[in-house]
Write a new protein. Structure first.
Length: 157
């Protein structure tokens, strides 16, 4: 892209220099000179000038196209930079959300561990209470049997 622009600029400068060289005798001439050309020479000169005009127009069009392409690419690059910035912002938000979710997950995990410990403790307490209840029931049943035996023994005597 830059090489083609440089070529266009060099071509324009060379044509400009050629034009100056061609015009320099008339600019620096002391007096008015009359140059006579044959019709064939005039047509050749006219054709050369037309070709140079076409070349200049072509070069100018190429330069304009290159500049337009450069502007379009610049706009596209700006749009891509905006998209990149938006993506970075979204990624930052996502990372924050993910970190928050990880922290919440860690807190939930800790809570579940504490609840598991509490559940274990409660289970042990319930088993102890059931054991005490069973022991008390056995003792009561034993006292009832002893009381019946005592009452039965007293009645028999």
């Amino acid at each position: 892209m830059k090489k083609s622009e440089q070529r266009v600029k060099k071509s324009i400068l060379m044509l400009f220099a050629l034009g100056l060289v061609c015009l320099s005798p008339s600019v620096f001439a002391q007096g008015e000179k009359t140059i006579t050309l044959s019709a064939e020479q005039y047509q050749t000169l006219k054709q050369t000038i037309q070709e140079q005009d076409k070349t200049l127009d072509t070069l100018e069009n190429n330069l304009n196209r290159q500049q337009n392409r450069q502007q379009e690419r610049s706009k596209q690059l700006q749009q891509l930079n905006k998209q990149l910035d938006n993506s970075k912002r979204e990624m930052t938000k996502t990372m924050r959300t993910l970190q928050s979710a990880n922290e919440s997950l860690a807190q939930a995990d800790n809570l579940l561990k504490r609840q598991a410990v509490s559940l274990q403790t409660l289970t042990e307490l319930i088993k102890r209470e059931e054991h005490k209840k069973t022991v008390i029931k056995r003792q009561r049943d034993m006292y009832a049997v002893l009381a019946l035996l005592a009452v039965g023994g007293a009645v028999i005597k």
